[in-house]
Design a protein around this ligand. Structure first.
Ligand SMILES: Cc1ncc(COP(=O)(O)O)c(C=O)c1O
Length: 441
């Protein structure tokens, strides 16, 4: 048998894994087989502590019975119905509940299946909103270096992560990027740095000066840039973006796919920072990660303008997904929101924040650590590069898995985002393990 034919029966080769070093993985697989509470188990039965809440998805813990039962009930009652020109009860209930939670004014909700789809949806709403108001010339978007807005074409175009862009061509035209917000004077600061906020946000003003404010449809940012390594906005930054947007009729979009649902110690980052966007994306923790789902929240008058511009029987927004508001996802989301309320989980998460940030900051004395930062239950530790960028980060990921800890790395940055149900003892265990790992790489 040829080597290729022999490999055909290798159980690992047929799945092309996302954002993964596939060849490397096949040689040393890390397979997670079971989860409960704050723990995973690998295929050998070893227990692992989850320090990232899944992928920022699962703050209420793995294996929540209430969600499982709601999903089962929904599957028994209505597994699927088409979302175009038909409705299912759960979408209306969920949109209504979200409208009660969201910052004032953001009370129209459109559903999608992933964060990437939510971003595309928000950008399309922005373009159409301007168009129906006679401002079809507003077609530019402003994003930010090191921003992550998913992997679809518009999302990576407004995003600013080089590796997500450079293999895929030119992307969306008319996109400009502001500088990212990670600057030297704010190194080793927990919470918002004192430096650079207004100056960095004035990059948007420079785009206005260069292109004309009336050519820009929207400015999209993550309030805290998550995937790139938890870049917390310096003081005054988001406020200044808001002011420039208001001055020039530019829509401000907050991508809260990571920040939403209590991650910042508040329901949304918009609440934490006291700045309300015009559109907001949400995903991940909306179903505690149990079923794929995403949403965008839209200012009421933005939706109204689009509805008003169409005839009485016309479809107003030619956009939607087969799985927009999937009934099973809605059931999972409604059960998740009930857990958040019944267990007062955002408050429980918020109570954990001071200890978590203190623990992140305490890693500063490790010689390879070049920065520590965090906000809410999002923390990051930068490591000095060891030869090639990403080599040391990957070594940490691998060694952590072998030591019973699941964490996230972005190049040479370690990211932690614990579940809101994490106990003090589990937090201690997380940082004891991490310290040991960082001392060894
Ligand atoms: C801020 C932000 N936007 C969008 C996305 C894309 O979400 P998805 O992977 O569900 O498409 C992510 C994913 O991590 C994200 O962090």
């Amino acid at each position: 048998m040829s080597q290729a034919a022999a490999r055909f029966n290798d159980p690992l080769i047929h799945h092309w894994m996302p954002f993964t070093a596939n060849k490397q993985f096949q040689d040393a697989p890390r397979i997670i087989a079971r989860a409960e509470g704050v723990h995973y188990w690998n295929t050998a039965g070893d227990k692992l502590l989850d320090s990232v809440s899944g992928l920022y998805t699962t703050p209420a813990g793995h294996g929540r019975r209430e969600i499982r039962e709601a999903v089962t009930r929904q599957l028994e009652e209505l597994d699927y119905a088409p979302p175009f020109q038909f409705g299912v009860p759960g979408t209306f209930r969920l949109a209504h509940e979200l409208a009660q939670m969201l910052p004032a004014g953001l009370n129209r909700v459109f559903f999608a299946g992933s964060g990437s789809e939510a971003v595309e949806s928000a950008l399309k709403v922005a373009i159409q909103y301007h168009r129906v108001r006679g401002q079809g010339q507003r077609q530019r978007f402003v994003g930010r270096a090191r921003g992550y807005h998913g992997v679809n074409f518009a999302g990576w175009s407004v995003g600013g992560m080089v590796k997500n862009r450079d293999a895929f061509g030119l992307g969306l035209p008319g996109v400009s990027h502001m500088r990212h917000t990670h600057i030297e004077p704010n190194r080793f600061v927990m919470g918002q740095g004192d430096h650079g906020g207004v100056d960095l946000a004035d990059d948007l003003q420079r785009m206005v000066d260069l292109h004309g404010g009336d050519t820009i449809a929207a400015c999209i940012v993550e309030p805290i840039a998550g995937s790139t390594g938890v870049l917390v906005p310096p003081k005054g930054y988001l406020e200044r973006l808001r002011a420039i947007c208001d001055q020039h009729g530019i829509l401000l979009i907050f991508d809260e796919v990571i920040c939403g649902f209590g991650r910042t110690g508040h329901p949304f980052a918009a609440d934490a920072f006291g700045v309300t966007p015009d559109l907001m994306t949400m995903a991940k923790a909306i179903t505690n990660g149990n079923i794929p789902m995403a949403a965008i929240a839209i200012r009421q008058d933005i939706q109204q303008a689009i509805l008003d511009a169409a005839g009485p029987d016309a479809i107003e927004f030619f956009h939607g997904y087969t799985y927009s508001g999937h009934p099973v996802a809605c059931a999972a989301a409604l059960a998740t929101l009930k857990i958040y309320r019944d267990d007062d989980l955002f408050a429980r998460g918020a109570a954990l924040v001071p200890k978590f940030l203190e623990r992140i900051a305490s890693l500063r004395d490790i010689p390879i650590v070049t920065d520590t930062r965090g906000f809410g239950l999002l923390g990051a530790v930068d490591l000095a590069t060891d030869g090639a960028p990403g080599k040391r980060g990957f070594a940490v990921l691998r060694r952590a898995f072998e030591s019973g800890l699941v964490l996230r790395v972005a190049s040479d940055t370690v990211i932690l985002s614990p579940m809101f149900i994490t106990t003090d003892d589990q937090l201690d265990e997380m940082f004891t393990l991490l310290r040991k790992i960082l001392a060894a790489v």
